[in-house]
Design a protein around this ligand. Sequence first.
Ligand SMILES: [Zn+2]
Length: 225
Amino acid sequence: MEADKSAAPIPRPLSLANEVYEAIFSQLMALKIAPGARITVDNLSRELGVSQTPIREALGRLEGEGLVNKTHLIGFSAAPQISVRQFANLYELRLLLEPHAAREAVARLTDKNLAALTEAAGVMGRRAKSGDERARYSQFARQDAVFHDMIVQTAGNDLIRDTLAHQHVHFHIFRLMFHSRVTAEALEEHEAIIAAFEARDGQAAEQAMRAHIERSRDRLLPVFE
Ligand SMILES: [Zn+2]
C-alpha cells in the first residue's frame, strides 16, 4: 500500500478543479451524460454546487481528450458515439501497432518498467473493489489507457505512441458500453500480458496483446448490432 503522502496540503483550487473534472468524466464514461447530448455549464454548476469556472476548465480539458465538443454560439456537447466504421478502423490500427509494440517492449524491458507495468495492472484490481460503480468504471478506463500507453512507451517508438494517444482509444471504447464484464475480462487478459513480460517472452507478449485486443473488439461489437 502507498504510504500516506497526502499530509502535504494540496492547493484547494487545484483539488476542486480535479474533482469537478473527475465528476464530469465519470458521467460521460458511464453514459449518464449521453453521447451527443448538450452540456449546460449552468446545469452542471448547480448540480455539482460549484462556480462556472472549474466547470469550464474541466470541459476544456475534456475537449482536449476528445470527449466533449465545443461549437461556436451553441456551447458544449458530449462527443457523439463513434460509428461502427470508426470502431473497426480503431481496432485495425490497434492490431497493427500494439502487438508489435508489446514484443518490442519485452526487448527493452527493464526491471523498473516491469514493476511499473505490474503496478498499473495491480492498481486496476485494487480500485475495482471500492467506490461506486460509475466511478470504478471510469477509473478503469483511465487505468487501461495508462497501461497500454506504458507498453508502447517502453517499446520506444514515439510515433507509434503519439498515433495511439491521439485517438483517445480507451475513452471512446469504454463509453460504448457500461458493463462490469468489460473490466473483469480485460483484467484477466492484462494478467496474461504481464505474465509474458515477466517471462521476458516477446512472442508470448505479442500474442497476448493481440488476443486482448481481439477479445475487446468482440466484447464491444454487439453494441452496433
Ligand atoms: Zn487493456
